[in-house]
Design a protein around this ligand. Structure first.
Ligand SMILES: [Zn+2]
Ligand SMILES: [Zn+2]
Length: 199
């Protein structure tokens, strides 16, 4: 199953993509699922029934949480999570609540991941291909994945409709709900995926 696990709706002030546009085009772009990961909010949750939609698209809600040590895609029961936690506290909370965290675009210029997060084993999953990264920023992630034996995955980081699904994750197990997603990521039942026609 192909999921774009990093997508921003206009609940993120930097995105112009509406939930309706995502719903109407995701299947045409070859996606089986989309994870909404707005900056520090799960507000999109109020606008839809999470899970399988009528057309078979699976929409799940997480968020992209920024910390001074890097940005994390987190999935789990985090509606009430307060902003401003550092990475250590955030990742501890994710663990305690049975969620999952993915280090987003670890080598993105200006949004670098603090390597100690990985060295200390606080985060084992990394977005190794990000649709908004340049080639070099994606390429460098292998210097993190290989030595630390991290689980790689991919997402578009779409803020516009034409970016949706340009990078994604292929799951090796069915994903029907948030819990399936959490378990598949934690177990590493996933690989980064790019459609053949991506630019
Ligand atoms: Zn943004
Ligand atoms: Zn993002």
């Amino acid at each position: 199953m192909i999921f774009d696990i990093h997508v921003h709706t206009n609940y993120s002030s930097c995105s112009e993509l509406s939930l309706d546009e995502i719903k109407h085009t995701a299947r045409m772009k070859g996606l089986d699922g989309v994870c909404i990961t707005d900056h520090n909010t799960m507000a999109a949750r109020n606008d839809l029934e999470e899970g399988l939609q009528q057309d078979g698209l699976c929409i799940l809600i997480g968020m992209e949480y920024d910390t001074p040590q890097g940005d994390f895609l987190i999935f789990g029961p985090f509606d009430d999570l307060k902003t401003g936690l550092d990475a250590g506290r955030l990742l501890q909370t994710v663990e305690e609540r049975g969620g999952v965290a993915v280090a987003a675009h670890p080598y993105r210029e200006n949004r670098l991941l603090d390597k100690t997060v990985v060295e200390q084993g606080l985060c084992r999953i990394v977005e190794s291909v990000n649709g908004r990264n340049n080639k070099e920023e994606n390429h460098r992630v292998k210097h993190l994945v290989e030595p630390y034996d991290l689980i790689p995955c991919g997402g578009s980081d779409a803020h516009r409709l034409n970016e949706l699904g340009n990078t994604a994750t292929r799951f090796l197990t069915p994903i029907r709900n948030r819990q399936d997603l959490i378990e598949a990521l934690r177990q590493g039942l996933c690989v980064p995926y790019r459609p053949a026609n991506h630019h």
